[in-house]
Design a protein around this ligand. Structure first.
Ligand SMILES: [Zn+2]
Length: 315
C-alpha cells in the first residue's frame, strides 16, 4: 500500500465514485480516500459522509494512520508475498478441566469470595472457564474458548486476593509456559463460548476491556452476555475482523474503561472505542458505546482507570 498520507478524498466522477456510508447506510453518499496515481483506495470505512448534518460520519486518512501506526510500513513488506494462512492452534480440553480446581490457592477466587460469597464465586469461575495456575503462587487462568468450543489458550494473571488489583504487570499464556513449539495463538473474545448457549441466544452483548471486569459485571447484570477483549488495544476489528465475527447481527454495547488522554494522540479509551465502533458497525454489528461512566466520572476515577465493575460494586 502507498503511504496513507498521500491519499485524498475522491473527486466526483459519477455514481461509481460515491459509496454507502458505514454509519447511516445511505448509498451514494460516502466519499472515500483514493491514491491520485494508483487509484487504490483506503478501507471502506475511511472517508466522509456527504450528509454532514444528518449523519456527520468522518474518518480521515489521518485518523487511519493514527489507528494503524505502521500499517503502511508493514504492508510494504508483506504485500509482496502471498500471506500464508496459518490456522489457529488449539489446546486440549483436559488441560482446561484440570486447571478448574485448587480454588483456595487462587487469589481471584479469594477476592470474589469476599465480594459475592463462595458459591457465587465458584459459579462465575465455572461459567467463564477461569482456572488456577501454578505458574505464580495464587495465579489464575482465563481460558479463551470460542463458539465452536475450541480452546484457543489461557491467559495467566496474578491478583491481590484482598484488593482484587493486579499483583504485577506480568502476564503469560499457558502454551508459552508449556513451551509448545509453533503454537499459533489466535485470540477470541473472552467468554465467547457463552454466546452459543441456548439461554443467551436472544441476549445483547456487553464488551469490556478486562476479563475480571466481565466476570464481575456478569454477577450484577445478567440480562446481557459480558465479554472481554483482553485489553484496550484488543478491540481491533480493522486488523482482526475474524475476532468480531461472532458479534454480527447482535446488539452490542461497549463499556470502555475511564482513562486520561494518552500521550500518543490524546485519545481517551472512550474516544478510541467510539472510533473502533464505526468499523464494527460497518461489519454488521449493531453497536453503541456506553457513556455511563463518562457522565459520572470524577478526575480521580479517570486517573485510576475506573471501570464498569468498579461502578457496579460501588452501587
Ligand atoms: Zn452517513
Amino acid at each position: 500500500m502507498k503511504n496513507p498520507i498521500e491519499f485524498t478524498l475522491e473527486k466526483y466522477s459519477g455514481k461509481k465514485s460515491r459509496f454507502t456510508c458505514p454509519k447511516c447506510n445511505r448509498a451514494g453518499e460516502f466519499t472515500r480516500y483514493v491514491h491520485p496515481e494508483t487509484g487504490e483506495r483506503l478501507p471502506p470505512y475511511v472517508g466522509i459522509c456527504n450528509r454532514k448534518d444528518k449523519c456527520g460520519y468522518a474518518y480521515s486518512n489521518g485518523d487511519y494512520i493514527r489507528e494503524n501506526p505502521g500499517a503502511h510500513a508493514n504492508e510494504r513488506i508483506t504485500s509482496a508475498l502471498p500471506k500464508p494462512v496459518i490456522p489457529p492452534s488449539f489446546m486440549n480440553w483436559a488441560l482446561l478441566s484440570k486447571s478448574m480446581s485448587h480454588y483456595p490457592e487462587n487469589n481471584l477466587y479469594l477476592f470474589l469470595c469476599n465480594l459475592v460469597g463462595m458459591k457465587e464465586a465458584e459459579a462465575i469461575l465455572a461459567k467463564y472457564y477461569v482456572g488456577t495456575s501454578k505458574h505464580w503462587a495464587g495465579a489464575s487462568v482465563y481460558w479463551q474458548v470460542d463458539l465452536q468450543s475450541n480452546v484457543r489458550s489461557g491467559k495467566v494473571m496474578l491478583y491481590n486476593s484482598e484488593t482484587g488489583k493486579r499483583q504485577h504487570k506480568k502476564q503469560t499464556w499457558v502454551h508459552a509456559v508449556m513451551g509448545l513449539k509453533g503454537f499459533n495463538l489466535s485470540q477470541c473474545l473472552f467468554g465467547e463460548h457463552l454466546l452459543g448457549l441456548e439461554e443467551n441466544r436472544e441476549k445483547g452483548v456487553a464488551i469490556v476491556e478486562s476479563e475480571k471486569t466481565a466476570i464481575i459485571a456478569s454477577r450484577f447484570i445478567d440480562s446481557v452476555v459480558w465479554l472481554a477483549t483482553g485489553g484496550l488495544e484488543l478491540l481491533n476489528p480493522a486488523t482482526n475482523p475474524a475476532k468480531f465475527k461472532p458479534l454480527i447481527g447482535r446488539q452490542v454495547i461497549l463499556y470502555p474503561d475511564l482513562s486520561l488522554p494518552n500521550s500518543f494522540n490524546g485519545d481517551t479509551a472512550f474516544k478510541s472505542w467510539t472510533r473502533k465502533a464505526e468499523f464494527l458497525r460497518f461489519m454488521g454489528v449493531k453497536v453503541t458505546v456506553s457513556e455511563l461512566l463518562e457522565n459520572v466520572a470524577t478526575d480521580e476515577e479517570r486517573e485510576n482507570g475506573f471501570d464498569i465493575a468498579d461502578y457496579l460494586i460501588r452501587k
